[in-house]
Ligand binder design. Structure first.
Ligand code: TRP
Ligand code: SF4
Length: 351
């Protein structure tokens, strides 16, 4: 029997996942795990590249990612779920790859550039300094950009190639990193006259861009997201807060679905065609108010996530089981990574 093709992907643990993660990433992983040999990393080292100074919740964040994945149906019998830092072989491979990666390749990485730009723009530390004349000076420091952050794409390359994965399901934003991965692989194979490592190809996810309830990009830090793990009550409350067609002031005003930037697209994503038709009709003819429209949307979303949420609550009661999944998966990933690292070192003529 032919061995299944390998897939590798990961997420940084930054807290509980939201509906955007589910629709954009997890749904896709669920389909893939039936046809490929999948490795999914909870990339805690990658989280440290920018959040080295905020590790208070790191353990919990890792657990939350594992819980969300499992609740959504990532199946540890089919896929290997592991924690990046529990596979230290990745760090050794990262070091080796860093030797052959030209500095200007990482400097050109547009995804990394965007991360740096965002970090620079983020005021993180307002300090009040009283100088000799008792004047108050407020200074805003931008975050320290570490040496480790510069290695982000190289570390990600190590994640991928340690399993010799051929496909990497990611969103568009990760393409620049992945291009570097392929360049590094090509360079490795060329330098050491081998064809050992496969060039990992991106498997683009058609991400239905799910906006936050305020119409901006959905994100934890913007406080506009709906979590997979939110209760029905919280979900409903959040949806009731969503922005709508601003020209519709009273219930008797006719609405304009095309101006309703959050509720309407959510209907398109979560509701069936019939329901969408009814919803638009009711809006355009002022047959219902925005509150009715949102309440129905909330109930559609709540029913879709009911099983996942129940499963998550069950899993939360059993932390020992989650630990076991993480440890078993990481052990398996470690074994695979160690095997391949040996080959890589041999090709480089190391011991
Ligand atoms: N950088 C990815 C992100 O921010 C997460 C990640 C870490 C990853 N390692 C990976 C993705 C390996 C694909 C393959 O989402
Ligand atoms: Fe938006 Fe629904 Fe209100 Fe129409 S009725 S403006 S679709 S929330």
């Amino acid at each position: 029997m032919q061995k299944k093709e390998r897939i590798m992907s990961g997420m940084r643990p930054t807290g509980k996942l939201h509906l955007g993660h589910y629709m954009g990433v997890l749904k896709n992983w669920l389909l893939l795990q039936d046809h490929y040999d999948c490795f999914f990393a909870i990339a805690d080292w990658h989280a440290l590249t920018t959040k080295f100074d905020q590790t208070e919740n790191l353990r919990q964040d890792i657990l939350d990612v594992a819980l969300d994945w499992l609740a959504c149906g990532i199946n540890p019998e089919k896929s290997t779920i592991y924690v990046q830092s529990l596979v230290p072989e990745t760090a050794e491979l990262h070091l080796l790859l860093s030797m052959i990666t030209p500095q200007n390749w990482v400097e050109r990485d547009t995804t990394l550039k965007d991360m740096v730009k965002m970090l620079r723009a983020e005021p993180i530390n307002k300090q009040i300094i009283i100088d000799e004349d008792e004047t108050t000076i407020t200074e805003t420091y931008s975050k320290l950009l570490s040496y480790g952050l510069m290695g982000y794409p190289v570390l990600q390359t190590a994640d991928i190639i340690q399993f010799n994965a051929s496909l990497v399901p990611v969103g568009k934003d990760q393409l620049a990193h992945l291009e570097i991965s392929r360049d590094i692989v090509r360079r490795f194979n060329h330098l050491y006259k081998t064809s050992l490592i496969k060039e990992p190809q991106p498997k683009l996810t058609e991400t239905p861009l799910l906006k936050g309830i305020d119409g901006q990009k959905m994100g934890k830090s913007f406080n506009n997201d709906i979590k997979i793990s939110d209760s029905e009550e919280v979900t409903t409350k959040k949806i009731m807060r969503a922005i709508t067609d601003r020209t519709r002031i009273q219930k008797t005003d006719k609405g304009h679905p095309e101006l309703c930037e959050v509720v309407c697209p959510y209907y398109e994503i979560f509701a069936d065609e019939e329901t969408v038709k009814k919803q638009r009709h009711n809006c355009e003819n002022a047959l219902w108010g925005c509150a009715d429209c949102k309440r129905e949307l909330a109930s559609i979303i709540n029913s879709q996530f009911k099983d996942i949420r129940e499963k998550r609550l069950e899993l939360e009661k059993n932390p020992a089981y989650i630990q076991e999944i993480i440890q078993t998966g990481s052990q398996k990933a470690k074994t695979e990574a160690a095997l391949f690292l040996k080959e890589i070192k041999k090709a480089m003529r190391l011991y």
